[in-house]
Ligand binder design. Structure first.
Ligand SMILES: [Zn+2]
Length: 494
């Protein structure tokens, strides 16, 4: 216990002085939490104070920590990275003198800058160990280098969050149905799961029928629940699983799933409901992004996303003017991950491109002490992406069982209008399974009007080749398997 107390103290001191974190201290905290649960069945009373738990902090102290963290991060970036060294010289800005009011003088870092030259953002004081490549559904993947220290600290954070947030215990087994090439999330998921004592299996993004068979299969392990209890995947792959399960008449009783965690893509409300019905587990979606790790956001019961202030600084800015978004308005998340959590790839005011709406009124939910936004609405790729957001489209189309999942759609400017018209409308092109269904179109139009979507019209397509290009989704990164499809479904393989 003395060693743990020392780790806690040293961790606290590193944070207050922005000194390097010792991964061993964090690892000891995570290990002690798992041991406490093994012995007492419950986390200790002080677990709310563990790193990443977003405990209540005096707002004045939080402002002071933010001031020091921003300054320390800017100083490290200006001193140690080629990109920001040049930028601060050109701006004649001394990072050591930086006050929060000056923060907006630092230009927003566009995604393209990092994508074009990842090495220009790597600190010359760090040892790059692992290059994490984002999935790149929006084009070229972005490369982000991480050091061993960063990886080890982040694994400790995710172990703590797996125990306290997800409630992982040694009786559980977690299946990971994410792309096998995405090393970093895979390493985090595997390491944090097995450190809690739970089991882990990597499915990859195989044919959905195979994944359902594996989820339903008995494990037969002593001391473990009889089937897989947790699933981690992307929203589009979950959509593919839901479609397969519904069509093959799987029932929730066929599975032992308790919880499904979805990340990386917009999870619509109807997809969540359908997944909960057919797979029999609660579905939740947190916000994580490779570039800003270990920062992220957690959903609350009020429907917001609440962003951690511990690991980084969040701004919500207009995607074009870069001015702060007003309450009630839509903007993009711009994030500065803090040193010392980050030491290798350093980013200041990084434009994630992820769209959110700011609450019109201050929230009164259980996480009201943390900055709140709406759930992610989609990704900024021009004015049409805010005319009708990805979330609005998916909430509309994924409620209709006739629409094949994952949904394939495209937005174009309404006939006779310009996509840049701020008051403009969009035409929705949607792929459907069979001959154009009049009833389906009628329902979609009615629901779109009732939801107040800025759609001019909806065009159903039977053939994908007649559609404008649709956005790729993560479920498209299908991994082949030697297992054959064969007779599938709950009774098919007995
Ligand atoms: Zn909330």
């Amino acid at each position: 216990m003395f060693a743990t107390a020392m780790s806690q103290l040293r961790y606290g001191a590193s944070i207050l002085t922005n000194r390097r974190i010792r991964p061993g201290d964090l690892e000891r905290l995570a290990r002690d939490l798992v041991a406490t649960i093994a012995e007492f069945g419950e986390p200790g009373e002080d677990s709310a104070l563990l790193p990443g738990r977003a405990g209540h902090v005096d707002p004045r102290l939080r402002r002071e920590v933010a001031r020091r963290s921003l300054r320390a991060t800017a100083r490290a970036a200006a001193r140690h990275t080629a990109y920001y060294r040049r930028q601060f010289t050109e701006l004649c800005l001394d990072p050591a003198e930086l006050e929060p009011e000056d923060w907006s003088r630092i230009p927003v870092t566009p995604k393209q800058a990092l994508r074009a030259l990842p090495a220009a953002f790597v600190s010359d004081a760090a040892s790059p160990a692992l290059m994490a490549l984002t999935t790149g559904t929006s084009g070229t993947p972005t490369a982000v280098w991480f050091s061993r220290t960063e990886i080890e600290s982040a694994i400790a954070f995710s172990t703590i969050s797996a125990v306290l947030g997800l409630g992982l215990r040694p009786r559980h087994t977690v299946a990971y149905a994410g792309c096998s090439r995405a090393t970093l999330p895979l390493v985090y998921a595997e390491e944090s799961t097995t450190r809690t004592g739970a089991g882990f299996v990597q499915f990859g993004t195989v044919e959905p029928a195979l994944a359902l068979d594996r989820l339903a299969a008995p494990l037969g392990l002593p001391g473990r629940d009889p089937q897989i209890t947790h699933l981690t995947t992307s929203a589009s792959y979950l959509a593919a699983l839901v479609q397969e399960a519904e069509q093959q008449n799987w029932r929730s009783a066929d599975f032992g799933l308790e919880s499904i965690s979805v990340g990386g893509e917009v999870l619509s409300a109807p997809l969540r409901r359908r997944a909960e019905a057919v797979l029999g587990a609660t579905v939740s979606s947190a916000y994580l992004m490779t570039e800003i790790l270990p920062s992220g956001a957690t959903p609350c019961t009020g429907g917001h996303l609440h962003h951690t202030t511990e690991f980084g600084h969040l701004e919500v800015l207009d995607p074009v003017s870069r001015e702060p978004t007003a309450p009630g308005g839509i903007g993009t998340l711009v994030h500065t991950p803090y040193v010392p959590y980050r030491e290798c790839t350093l980013l200041l005011r990084y434009a994630t491109g992820d769209l959110v709406r700011l609450p019109a009124e201050p929230p009164e939910c259980e996480l009201a002490h943390l900055p709140a936004t709406s759930e992610i609405l989609g990704r900024w790729n021009g004015p049409l992406s805010t005319t009708v957001t990805t979330r609005e489209v998916l909430d509309l189309v994924e409620a209709e069982p006739e629409v094949p999942l994952p949904a394939r759609y495209a937005l174009t400017a309404a006939p006779g209008s310009s996509p840049d018209d701020p008051g403009g409308r969009a035409r929705l092109h949607l792929l459907v399974g069979g001959p154009p269904a009049t009833a389906l179109l009628g329902r979609l139009e009615e629901r779109a009007a009732a939801a107040g979507l800025r759609l001019s019209d909806i065009v159903l397509h039977e053939d994908r080749s007649t559609m404008p290009p649709t956005t790729p989704v993560r479920a498209d990164l299908r991994e082949h398997s030697f297992e054959t499809g064969g007779d599938r479904g709950p009774g098919g393989t007995e």
